[in-house]
Write a protein that binds this ligand. Structure first.
Ligand SMILES: *Cc1c(COP(=O)(O)O)cnc(C)c1O
Length: 223
C-alpha cells in the first residue's frame, strides 16, 4: 500500500500544472492529510463542519482549506474563521449569510456557486436558470465579505463518458455566461471547479481549472 505522500505526488504529476489540485480529505485521518502535505499539496477540501474544524486546528496553518459539502446555515459561523474557499454555495440565503458573517469577523471568503448539472435529483446546487435569474449585478454589488471566484459542478455519477462530457459542458456554459456577463468586471472570477477521481481527465478537457480529488490520493473512504 503506497503512502498518501506517494499517491499525492503521483496524482499531482498527472494533472496539468495550471490546474489547481484540491485534495479531498473527508473521512480520512489528519495523519493522511499530513502525508499529502509533505508531498507539497496545500489545498485540501472537507465536507463536514465538525470534522473540518478539528483538522484545521490540528494541521499546518498554511493549508488552504476548501469547504465542498452542503453547508447548513447554522454551521457558517463555526467554519468561517478556518476556511479560505467555500465551493458549495447553493442558495442565495447561504451566500448572503457567508457575506454578512465574513464582514462581521473582518475576513474575505472566496466562494464558488455550485451549479446542478447532473441528472441525479439528489445533488445540491443552483440550476442554470436560477443562476441567470438570481445572480444579478445588484446582488453582486451588495457583497462585501463573499468574493465570488467561480463555479463548482459535479457530473452525473455514471460510466458513460458522453453523459459526463455533456454535464461538464453545461457547467462550462454557465461559467462562461457569468464571466462574459455579470462577472465581466471581476478579474477574480476565473475558477471552474470540476472533476473528481474518476472523471477529472474529462473535466480538464472541458475547461476545468480546479479538480477535487479524494479517493485517488487517500484511498476508499470508510463511512
Ligand atoms: C467527495 C467529493 C469529491 C472527491 O471525490 P473522489 O471520488 O473521492 O475523488 C469531490 N467533490 C465533492 C463535492 C465531493 O463531495
Amino acid at each position: 500500500m503506497p503512502s498518501c505522500r506517494e499517491q499525492a505526488a503521483q496524482v499531482r504529476s498527472l494533472i496539468p500544472a495550471e490546474v489547481e489540485l484540491v485534495a479531498i480529505s473527508k473521512f480520512h485521518p489528519a495523519q493522511k492529510v499530513q502525508q499529502a502535505y509533505e508531498a507539497g499539496l496545500r489545498h485540501f477540501g472537507e465536507s463536514r463542519a465538525n470534522e473540518f474544524v478539528a483538522k484545521a486546528q490540528e494541521l499546518p496553518h498554511d493549508i488552504v482549506w476548501h469547504f465542498i459539502g452542503h453547508l447548513q446555515t447554522n454551521k457558517v459561523r463555526q467554519i468561517l474563521p478556518h476556511v479560505s474557499v467555500i465551493q458549495s454555495v447553493d442558495s442565495l440565503k447561504l451566500l448572503k449569510l457567508i457575506d454578512a458573517e465574513a464582514v462581521r469577523i473582518n475576513r474575505r471568503i472566496d466562494v464558488l456557486l455550485q451549479v446542478h448539472v447532473a441528472r441525479e435529483e439528489t445533488k445540491f446546487g443552483f440550476s442554470p436558470e436560477e443562476i441567470r435569474e438570481l445572480i444579478t449585478p445588484e446582488l453582486i454589488a451588495t457583497l462585501k465579505g463573499a468574493n465570488i471566484i467561480g463555479v463548482m459542478a459535479m457530473a452525473s455519477n455514471v460510466d458513460d463518458n458522453a453523459v459526463i462530457s455533456r454535464d461538464f459542458d453545461e457547467a462550462r456554459r454557465v461559467f462562461e455566461e457569468l464571466k462574459a456577463g455579470v462577472m465581466a468586471e471581476k478579474p477574480d472570477f476565473r475558477e471552474l471547479s470540476m472533476g473528481m477521481s474518476h472523471d477529472w481527465p474529462i473535466a480538464v478537457e472541458h475547461g476545468s481549472t480546479m479538480v477535487r480529488i479524494g479517493t485517488a490520493i487517500f484511498g476508499e473512504r470508510e463511512y
